[in-house]
Design a protein around this ligand. Structure first.
Ligand SMILES: *Cc1c(COP(=O)(O)O)cnc(C)c1O
Length: 335
């Protein structure tokens, strides 16, 4: 049941022309800050605004013959990916999510033709509805990260990154359930064994980080975060992504909400791009000196752009934002 380079190459053939070939460029600002070329892999340029289309398309393409529809539990971007991939394949999609998910993400999924079910206050509550749909309505569940075809699909990003820049010394991957980090690490380390792969998460509710510390999957409390797409657990019965991250990640680094806020401003004011908080955690980690100083070119994955634009507007204006009931103090960029 190993997932290896051949699985990722097979996924590359599935997604070609539909979810691949996003641009990659070195940010002048981040290059100056890092002292080495600092590349962005622009997965926010995907048709659904996030990389998750890769894994979803590969998973849908590998469903057993006769599958009636698909379902998943998602903080948003995986739901979008599954909705889009299912619509392309002519399959019914039912997306289950918790009340914490921003309204913009819910509307985005409905617009892709999927049914949305809002259930409870956490991913775990939404997951109960997924299991019911599987048992009672015969839908196939596609996990956001703990599925071999999803992991292989996300891994195609690693192939593309090394094709553009074979001498990368390190890749910094936004880390939640670890499907992205696992897939990218499998591909990158197969092609370039000395490469380092780091996971980056937010400080509060970093499920993979806490699980790696504990040596086994653990439950974490979910917190409202600018990096909402990095929230959620990894599953106590995790089958693939935990062991892969344990074996393949060189380190996991955590960043604060204030650091993510600043990194979103950096991407906007220096690179003129808008991304979700979960996409800029590596910028935050580099700018605060939490990553080892690079000796060669490095890269991160700008994983998605499906941000709440009211929140983005406040951040770019230097205003405070509310996270749950808690105020995160704002600060105009450059002051
Ligand atoms: C899902 C997601 C991630 C994290 O991916 P995992 O495979 O769960 O680790 C990072 N960024 C964005 C924008 C995402 O949607």
């Amino acid at each position: 049941m190993r997932i290896d380079l051949s699985d990722i190459e097979a996924a590359q053939r599935v997604i070609i022309g539909q979810a691949d070939a996003t641009p990659m460029f070195a940010s002048p600002f981040m290059t100056a800050a890092a002292g080495q070329p600092f590349w962005y892999k622009c997965e926010l340029m995907q048709p659904i605004g996030a990389f998750k289309l890769r894994g979803a398309m590969n998973a849908v393409a590998n469903l057993p013959e006769g599958t009636r529809g698909v379902t998943c539990c998602s903080t948003g971007n995986h739901g979008r990916g599954v909705a889009y991939a299912a619509a392309k394949a002519g399959l019914r999609a039912v997306i289950c999510m918790s009340e914490l998910v921003p309204g913009a993400k819910v509307e985005g999924i409905k617009a892709l033709g999927a049914e949305v079910r809002i259930v409870g206050r956490s991913q775990d509550d939404a997951q109960i509805e997924v299991l019911r749909l599987v048992a009672e309505e015969g839908l196939a569940e596609i996990s956001p990260f703990d599925d071999r075809h999803v992991i292989a699909g996300q891994g195609t990003i690693g192939l593309e990154m090394l094709a553009v820049c074979p001498e990368l010394e390190a890749i910094y991957v936004p880390l939640s359930g670890g499907g992205l980090a696992a897939g990218v690490a499998i591909a990158a380390k197969a092609l370039s064994p000395a490469i380092k792969v780091y996971g980056i998460s937010m400080e509060s509710g970093a499920a993979m980080y806490e699980s790696l510390q504990a040596g086994a999957p653990v439950d974490v409390k979910e917190w409202p975060s600018l990096a909402d797409s990095l929230g959620g657990g990894i599953g106590l019965n995790n089958r693939f992504s935990f062991a892969l991250c344990q074996g393949l990640l060189d380190d996991v680094v955590l960043v604060s909400e204030a650091e993510i806020y600043h990194a979103m401003q950096v991407l906007f004011y220096e690179d003129r791009m808008v991304a979700e908080g979960g996409s800029v955690v590596a910028l935050a980690a580099m700018l605060t000196g939490k990553l080892p100083k690079p000796q060669g070119p490095v890269a991160t994955i700008l994983s998605g752009r499906n941000a709440d634009m009211a929140q983005v507007s406040r951040i770019m204006a230097g205003q405070s934002v509310m996270l749950g009931g808690v105020e995160l103090k704002g600060r105009p960029y450059g002051t």
